[in-house]
Design a protein around this ligand. Structure first.
Ligand code: HAM
Length: 450
C-alpha cells in the first residue's frame, strides 16, 4: 500500500461515522438545553494568536503546533485548541455587543504533534463551550454541570471532577516567587523538563507526572492556600454551588493545566476507563485573555473534551445506542429489460422521502432477494412479470412475509404504510425459503415503461 494515513491521524469509516453522529447529536442537544450556540472557526489561524493566548512556554506552543509559512510569507498554525479562536472571533465580530453573556459551543478537529498513543492523536476532535461576559462563580458551576451533563446523557456516571483555583494577577505573582524559591532548593532532584520550568513556568512543575518530580515536590506550597480574598470567595462560592447541586469533586491543589491563560477556576474530568491519558475534559476561567488579545476586558470560562476519549469510554462500557441507518426499500428487477423501470421506481420512492436501493450487478432475482435481506430492508418491490404487464408491482413486506399486488400509482402510499408500521422494530434475517417471491412466473416478460 503506497499511501496511508499520517501517524496520529485516523479515518472514520462508515460504521464508526454513525457513532460519531450519535455523539455529536447528543452533545448538541445538551449544549442547546443550556442555551449555548454553535460557532465554527477556520482550521488555521495566525501563529501569534495561539502563541499569545496559550503561552510561548507551554508544551503546546513550544513543541506541538503544526506551523507552516504560506506562500505569502505568513506564519500559520492548525488550531491546537479552540478557546483562542473563539475569543478572536468574539472580538472580531463584536459578539459581546448584543448580550451581557455570550455562550458558544463547538465541535471541531484539533491538531497537536504529540507522541501518539491510546487516546492521544495528532488530529483529534473536541467538543467544548465558552461563556463570555460573567465574572461570577455561578457560570463556572454551570460550565462544569454542562460538561458533566453531557457524560451523563451517554450513561457515563463514573467521572471524577478535579478542581483547583489558580489565583489571579493579584495573588499569583507573589505565590509564583515563593514556589520558585522552594523549587530552587530541590532543583537537583527534579527531572530535566521540570528543571527548565523552575524559572519559566514553575506552576507546571507541580502537575508533572514524573515520579522523581512528585517525590521532590511533596511539600511544596500550593496556590489554593495563597489566594487573595477575591479568589478565595470565588472558589468558596463555586464549591458551595457544586455541593448544592450534588456534584462531587476533589480539590487537587496540583492541577495546573497545560495552557497559560487560566485564572481562578481550573478543572478536569477524569475517567478510570482510560489509561494514562485519563482526562476526558478540561477547562477553566480566563479573565484576562480577551483583553490580552486586544478586546475589551471580558471575563470568560469554558471547557473542551476529547471525542476520541469519550468514544473509548463508550466502547469500554458498551454504551452505544442506535445503529447505522437502514434502507427501507429494495427495488428488484426481473430481467435486464426491467432495469430502467426499476431505476425509475427507486427514483420515485426516494422523491417521496423514503430510502431505496436497487441492484447494480444485473443479478438473478434470487441473488437480489439475498441482497435485500442482507441490507435488512423493510420492503422489496419487484418490477417485472405479469404484474408489471398489468400496471402493478409485487410488494413483499419483509417482516410479515406477506406479498401484495399493488398498482404503480398507489405504490408510494402503500410503502409508506408498511415502513411506518415497521419503523421502530428491527428485523432479523430471513431464511432462504422466506426470501422467495411466491407465485411468480420465472418467465421474464413485460417491457412496458412507467
Ligand atoms: P486541553 O486540556 O488541552 O484543553 O484539551 C481538552 C481535552 O481535549 C483533553 O482533556 C482531552 O480529552 C482532549 N485532548 C487533548 N489533546 C488530545 C490529543 N492529542 N488526542 C486526543 N485528545 C486530546 C483545551 O484544549 C482548552 N481549550 C480547554 C478550555 C476551553 N479551557 C477553557 N475553555
Amino acid at each position: 500500500m503506497k499511501f496511508r494515513t499520517i501517524r496520529g491521524t485516523k479515518d472514520i469509516l462508515p460504521n464508526e461515522a454513525y457513532q460519531w453522529q450519535f455523539v455529536e447529536a447528543t452533545v448538541r442537544r445538551i449544549f442547546e438545553q443550556f442555551n449555548y450556540r454553535e460557532i465554527r472557526t477556520p482550521m488555521f489561524e495566525e501563529t501569534a494568536l495561539f502563541a499569545r493566548s496559550i503561552g510561548e512556554l507551554t508544551d503546546i506552543v513550544s513543541k506541538e503546533m503544526y506551523t507552516f509559512t504560506d506562500r505569502g510569507g505568513t506564519s500559520l498554525t492548525l488550531k491546537p485548541e479552540m478557546t483562542a479562536s473563539v475569543i478572536r472571533a468574539y472580538i472580531q465580530h463584536n459578539l459581546g455587543s448584543s448580550a451581557p453573556l455570550t455562550k458558544l459551543f463547538y465541535i471541531s478537529p484539533m491538531f497537536r504533534q504529540e507522541r501518539p498513543q491510546a487516546g492521544r492523536l495528532r488530529q483529534f476532535h473536541q467538543f467544548g463551550a465558552e461563556a463570555l461576559g460573567s465574572q461570577y462563580p455561578e457560570i463556572d458551576a454551570e460550565v462544569i454541570l454542562l460538561a458533566l451533563s453531557i457524560y451523563k446523557a451517554f450513561g457515563i456516571e463514573e467521572v471524577t471532577l478535579k478542581l483547583n483555583s489558580l489565583g489571579c494577577e493579584k495573588c499569583r505573582p507573589a505565590y509564583k516567587m515563593l514556589l520558585q524559591s522552594e523549587l530552587r532548593k530541590v532543583y537537583n532532584d527534579l527531572s530535566p523538563d521540570s528543571q527548565h520550568r523552575v524559572e519559566e513556568n514553575p506552576l507546571r512543575v507541580l502537575d508533572s507526572k514524573d515520579p522523581q518530580d512528585r517525590a521532590a515536590t511533596t511539600n511544596m506550597p500550593l496556590i489554593k492556600d495563597y489566594l487573595c480574598t477575591d479568589c478565595q470567595t470565588h472558589f468558596q462560592e463555586l464549591q458551595s454551588l457544586l455541593n448544592a447541586s450534588g456534584i462531587a469533586f476533589e480539590i487537587d491543589g496540583r492541577l495546573v493545566r497545560g495552557l497559560d491563560y487560566y485564572t481562578k477556576t481550573a478543572f478536569e474530568l477524569i475517567s478510570s476507563h482510560l489509561g494514562s491519558q485519563d482526562a476526558l475534559a478540561g477547562g477553566g476561567r480566563y479573565d484576562l485573555l480577551t483583553q490580552e488579545l486586544g478586546g475589551k476586558p471580558t471575563p470568560g470560562i469554558g471547557f473542551a473534551a476529547g471525542i476520541e476519549r469519550l468514544l473509548l469510554v463508550l466502547d469500554k462500557q458498551k454504551l452505544f445506542r442506535g445503529g447505522s441507518p437502514q434502507t427501507s426499500v429494495f427495488v428488484a428487477s426481473l430481467g435486464n429489460d426491467m432495469i430502467q423501470n426499476a431505476f425509475e421506481i427507486a427514483r420515485r420512492i426516494r422523491l417521496a422521502g423514503i430510502s431505496a436501493e436497487m441492484d447494480f450487478h444485473r443479478r438473478s432475482l434470487k441473488a437480489q432477494m439475498r441482497e435485500a435481506d442482507r441490507q435488512k430492508v423493510n420492503v422489496v418491490v419487484l418490477v417485472g412479470g405479469d404484474e408489471w404487464a398489468s400496471g402493478a408491482v409485487l410488494v413483499k413486506d419483509m417482516r410479515s412475509g406477506e406479498q401484495h399486488n399493488v398498482k404503480v400509482a398507489e405504490l408510494i402510499e402503500f410503502i409508506q404504510q408498511i415502513v411506518q408500521a415497521q419503523s421502530d422494530k428491527p428485523r432479523d434475517s430471513r431464511n432462504e425459503s422466506e426470501l422467495s417471491i411466491q407465485g411468480l412466473s420465472t418467465k421474464e416478460h413485460g417491457t412496458s415503461k412507467i
